[in-house]
Design a protein around this ligand. Structure first.
Ligand code: ADP
Ligand code: GN1
Ligand code: MG
Length: 373
């Protein structure tokens, strides 16, 4: 009997043949809620004992034009973190990602179409959450803050820019305008309200970049995709133990790592919720995250970075909404969608959150000041 493979069977079979597994290969299932890569959970069953699981990922060729550079970053960062975790007396097998080598001894497998795949041990005993209680959200914040602190002396110049201008909000605005002018699918006429929302905030797109140009924000090694579901939480302790999805870890701004977590996690609804009355920015969750992040960064942030944290939240949310809208106008070729209007729904939730943040902005500033040392 063959192993269970859900789809893309031929490709998956080819990739799996590229690896030696420690026990009988039982099958592969689609896994996780990521919007970019194709992720599978691979299950192997030894004769005695529990199943052994792996995560297999095919990197998105649309998002990542130079996957070999991305993998060089991945290896550099995980090797560095491994040493840090060991020095701190932690368990490197659970506290950072690692790669399983191919039969040929390579760090990743390139399939016959040129697509890059990587295989990683599954970090057992952890949960990956889409929504969190304030306590778990705070734990995720501590872990993302610690991640930044652990990487503060990493040789940033050795990292490749895996996606050029990834959080350059001015450039994201320009790309949105280009998509609007082209209006390739004639969709602009139906989304006038969302388009006007962006156009009215052109000046905002420069706030964080201007602070950088004014010398207020240092470039650091940052994660740049700090969604709650990019962290694994230990099921026993409730602590965020392993930061995952390192594909965009490269030089960036601390305020964006703070901001992207707030964008995704400081509300109680789904990123593509259709009923906007359910989408509300939650100051309690914002406060919990702020407290955890500042505990995790442990004094490594400059005063001017602290000052711009609330702007990071507002702009990461605006930028992400703008990216969803751009992708909708261009025909949904970047973010994976489960139904035709999903990018539009996602864009609308982001803009509702931006609007809420604008209304309570003084309160957001006050909360950061309360926890800043
Ligand atoms: P994407 O770039 O598509 O978001 P991720 O690297 O975030 O891909 O992986 C998708 C999901 O797979 C994660 O949200 C998480 O649920 C799960 N995952 C990834 N790596 C591991 C791992 N090593 N152990 C356990 N779960 C993992
Ligand atoms: C993507 O890969 P994933 O699903 O963790 C995207 C982020 C967006 C996010 C929106 C490489 O994250 O930038 O903020 O979707 N990642 C990339 O949910 O573009
Ligand atoms: Mg992810």
């Amino acid at each position: 009997m063959g192993i269970f493979l859900p789809e893309q069977s031929q490709t998956l079979q080819e990739v799996l043949n590229g690896y030696d597994f420690p026990a009988t290969l039982m099958g592969a299932v689609r896994y996780g809620q990521g919007h970019i890569n194709d992720t599978y959970c691979i299950v192997c069953q030894p004769q005695d004992g529990d199943a052994i699981r792996f995560i297999l990922q095919g990197l998105s060729a649309t998002a990542f034009p130079h996957p070999e550079e991305l993998m060089e970053n991945f290896i550099g960062i995980t090797t560095y973190l491994r040493d840090k975790v060991i020095s701190a007396g932690g368990d490197p097998a659970r506290e950072t990602l690692s790669l399983v080598k191919t039969k040929e001894g390579k760090d990743y497998y390139t399939d016959s179409t040129g697509r890059v795949w990587r295989l990683m041990p599954y970090v057992e005993g952890t949960d990956c959450l889409q929504r969190a209680t304030p306590e778990l959200f705070e734990a995720s914040a501590r872990a993302f803050g610690r991640f930044q602190k652990m990487l503060q002396d990493y040789p940033a110049h050795t990292l490749h820019e895996t996606i050029v201008n990834f959080h350059n909000t001015e450039d994201r605005f320009a790309k949105f305008q280009k998509a609007l002018e082209a209006d390739a699918l004639d969709r602009a006429k139906d989304v006038r309200k969302e388009i006007d929302f962006v156009l009215a905030r052109k000046a905002d797109c420069s706030v964080v970049l201007q602070a950088y140009r004014d010398g207020k924000l240092p470039l650091r090694v940052t994660h740049n995709d700090t969604k709650l579901n990019n962290i694994l939480i230990d099921r026993t302790t409730g602590e965020g133990i392993c930061v995952i999805d390192l594909d965009t870890t490269m030089p960036g701004f601390s305020v964006n790592d703070f901001g992207d977590s707030i964008r995704f996690g400081a509300n109680r609804s789904d990123e593509s919720e259709k009923n906007l009355s359910k989408v509300n920015f939650d100051l309690g969750l914002y406060e919990a995250y702020t407290r955890g992040f500042l505990e995790g960064t442990d004094g490594c942030l400059k005063d001017t970075e602290l000052e711009y944290l609330p702007w990071g939240a507002r702009l990461m949310t605006l930028e992400c909404g703008m990216r969803f809208l751009t992708d909708y106008l261009e025909g949904d070729h970047y973010f994976r969608v489960g139904y035709p209007e999903q990018n539009l729904d996602r864009c609308r939730t982001q803009f509702k959150l931006v609007q809420d943040m604008e209304e309570v902005f003084p309160e957001m500033i006050r909360i950061v000041r309360k926890y800043a040392k």
